[in-house]
Design a protein around this ligand. Structure first.
Ligand SMILES: Cc1cc2nc3c(=O)[nH]c(=O)nc-3n(C[C@H](O)[C@H](O)[C@H](O)COP(=O)(O)O)c2cc1C
Length: 141
């Protein structure tokens, strides 16, 4: 299996999640590539079995860099995806990602959100139990 992960993270909490995810996928023998939204090219995405998009909520929505990236995606019809959202408040914004990717005719296989708390501005805000939650997500990919 080949996975391509694209993420946006301000403080490092989301980065910690995708780095851990990549490690877990590699342990399963998968090939995994990670890019930030700045590094990846939405009109020339490398081939993969599943694409994973991860971003923080900012201003009650998915961070604008990720929304722009998703809006610009081309040639992704029928490709599979998983989505990850980190957020400081109780509510996740996964549906915002889902809506943008359904417009690209992509197919969802998994989604997960992580609330951040104390220490989030140092990249250490993930709540207890986040790794178990991530394992469950990995099981769905
Ligand atoms: C400018 C700004 C706006 C934010 N707005 C929201 C928000 O509307 N809702 C929310 O749940 N979290 C909000 N947050 C918290 C972020 O979601 C949180 O810092 C982020 O998920 C942490 O992940 P990161 O370390 O990968 O950036 C905001 C954070 C910043 C810096």
């Amino acid at each position: 299996m080949k996975y391509v992960i694209v993420y946006w993270s301000r403080y490092g909490n989301g980065k910690k999640v995708v780095d851990s995810l990549a490690g877990k996928l590699k342990e399963k023998g998968a090939e995994t590539k990670i890019y930030t939204t700045d590094e990846a090219d939405p009109v020339a995405m490398p081939k993969a079995d599943v694409y994973i998009f991860s971003a923080a909520t900012e201003a009650f929505n998915i961070r604008k860099d990720m929304r722009a990236f998703m809006k610009n995606l081309k040639g992704m019809e029928e490709r599979k995806y998983g989505i990850i959202n980190t957020h400081g408040m109780k509510k996740d914004r996964l549906q915002k990602m889902e809506k943008l990717l359904s417009k690209k005719k992509m197919e969802k296989v998994a989604s997960v959100d992580f609330q951040v708390g104390d220490g989030s501005q140092t990249g250490n805000g993930l709540m207890e139990g986040w790794e178990a939650k991530l394992d469950e997500f990995v099981g769905q990919l």
